[in-house]
Design a protein around this ligand. Structure first.
Ligand SMILES: [Zn+2]
Length: 89
């Protein structure tokens, strides 16, 4: 893609322009871009459907929301084991 500020070509994954330092479209995808709703859904999925909880946890990690991402994944694994233990009892 091209920088909106200086017009020079920059990598598509770039968060800021390497030439002038202005934020790109990816900049808004940074941790602050994740709403409380997304994080809440992650926790909810971890509890109800652990498989999707892990996926949403990975999604949070990819969005650089490391703290909640790791917690959601760990919760998903714990609840997954809990659900299996409940059904196999
Ligand atoms: Zn630029």
């Amino acid at each position: 893609m091209f920088c909106k500020q200086c017009g020079k070509e920059i990598p598509n994954a770039a968060v800021i322009c390497v030439h002038c330092g202005v934020g790109t479209d990816n900049f808004r995808m940074s941790p602050r871009g994740i709403g409380g709703g997304t994080i809440f859904c992650g926790y909810l999925l971890a509890f109800i459907m652990p498989l999707f909880g892990i996926i949403s946890g990975i999604y949070l990690l990819l969005q650089k929301c490391y703290l909640h991402g790791i917690i959601v994944i760990l919760l998903s694994i714990v609840f997954w084991i809990a659900w299996i233990a409940l059904f196999l009892r």
